[in-house]
Ligand binder design. Structure first.
Ligand SMILES: [Zn+2]
Length: 199
């Protein structure tokens, strides 16, 4: 990588990806994560079909916000366009985590927003975590306005769920985006267990 900040971004992405693979929040070769490259309209993003435990500098790629490759020898993840659209629309977004974590995805199956089952989630998850129905394994471009509109309505929004797919968190840096995704997963697990206990 050409730039010092890119090396830092690569290390942060690799650490988060390894952690999420270990936690089984992202198995197989799906999911995606990215970091904004400061001073450019660029991001560093995982290559397509790369598993989270295979993330290395050579399986990452730098692209512009339309997914055009600036540097790297691998095609960017199919989700890169959504990440680019979020970076363009949400100035405070410095990193994005997207994973198919099981409890969050299970919650999204038949709810329209995440219930804040703990005080912690109510405090840290930006007021509301909506569920979007995008009817696809990768969020199609025509669904971007629906998601970006929610960010415009609630500038504190830092997480959302995708029905039949997974979760996305947005934060200033990768470490924080990963913490938020862990909190979303924990919250969904507690909400589902609490709902099961009431039956
Ligand atoms: Zn996905």
């Amino acid at each position: 990588m050409k730039y010092r900040e890119c090396e830092e971004a690569a290390r942060a992405i690799q650490a988060a990806a390894e952690k999420f693979y270990r936690l089984r929040y992202q198995m197989s070769n799906g999911g995606n994560l990215s970091v904004r490259i400061p001073g450019h309209d660029w991001m560093m993003v995982k290559g397509t079909d790369v598993a989270f435990d295979e993330v290395r500098p050579e399986t990452l790629v730098i692209t512009d916000f339309d997914g055009n490759v600036i540097e790297g020898s691998i095609r960017p993840s199919k989700e890169a366009l959504l990440h680019g659209a979020i970076y363009q629309a949400v100035e405070s977004a410095g990193a994005i985590m997207h994973c198919h974590s099981p409890w969050a995805t299970a919650w999204a199956a038949d709810h329209d927003e995440l219930t804040f089952a703990t005080h912690h989630s109510g405090m840290k998850l930006g007021g509301r975590v909506p569920v979007f129905d995008t009817h696809s394994y990768a969020v199609p471009k025509e669904c971007f306005p629906m998601i970006l509109e929610e960010f415009a309505k609630n500038p504190k929004m830092n997480a959302f769920l995708l029905r039949g797919h997974g979760q996305v968190t947005v934060a200033a840096d990768m470490r924080m985006a990963a913490y938020l995704a862990e909190l979303v997963e924990e919250t969904a697990q507690i909400a589902l267990l609490a709902a099961a206990g009431k039956r």
